[in-house]
Write a protein that binds this ligand. Structure first.
Ligand code: HEC
Length: 135
């Protein structure tokens, strides 16, 4: 009897530990961005950033994250230069979204460079992830 109680206690203990320490790939990136000096992240600021126009190339239409990904994250986007379809950014619609740290790093770098004409700051990237992750 005691043995079963002990086993049960161990199982519950292991489960509780894994719940406490479960981190998602997004959490991993947010931790990195904090280490790079970012402070509190804001989904509201991320949403504004997502839709904000950046005049990164003089004389051209302003560029925005939403230009390729749309303002409605549950909808498919369309690449503004190649015309290729981009799956919805909302993880609730496209299950694999924001699950691969390398992919997130790669595309954040590339898309910030294209959209803003520079890399995004740790703060900007964290805000955007806060916005995207709960969609
Ligand atoms: C010129 C078109 C274009 C613009 C503008 C653009 N993106 Fe993207 N983005 C893509 C493509 C293409 C992919 C990769 C294909 C995919 O994941 O469906 C991608 C992927 C991503 C991913 C990876 C998602 C994942 O599944 O992990 C993130 C994050 C992202 N973009 C954020 C941004 C942010 C933030 C901006 C604005 C600073 C932005 N994008 C602007 C085309 C664009």
């Amino acid at each position: 009897m005691f043995r079963y109680v002990r086993i049960l206690a161990t199982v519950i203990g292991v489960m509780a530990t894994s719940i406490t320490y479960a981190t998602t790939p997004v959490d991993e990136l947010l931790t990195e961005f904090r280490q790079q000096g970012a402070t509190e992240f804001s989904a509201a600021a991320g949403k504004i950033f997502w839709n904000q126009p950046f005049q990164s190339v003089a004389g051209e239409t302003a560029r925005r994250c939403a230009a390729c990904h749309t303002t409605d994250l549950r909808q498919s986007g369309k690449h503004v230069t190649t015309g290729k379809e981009i799956k919805p950014m909302a993880p609730s619609v496209t299950g694999k979204r924001l699950t691969n740290p390398e992919k997130m790093h790669k595309w954040l770098k590339r898309n910030c460079q294209w959209t803003l004409g520079r890399e995004c700051t740790a703060q900007e990237k964290g805000n955007v992830l806060m916005y995207l992750k709960d969609q």
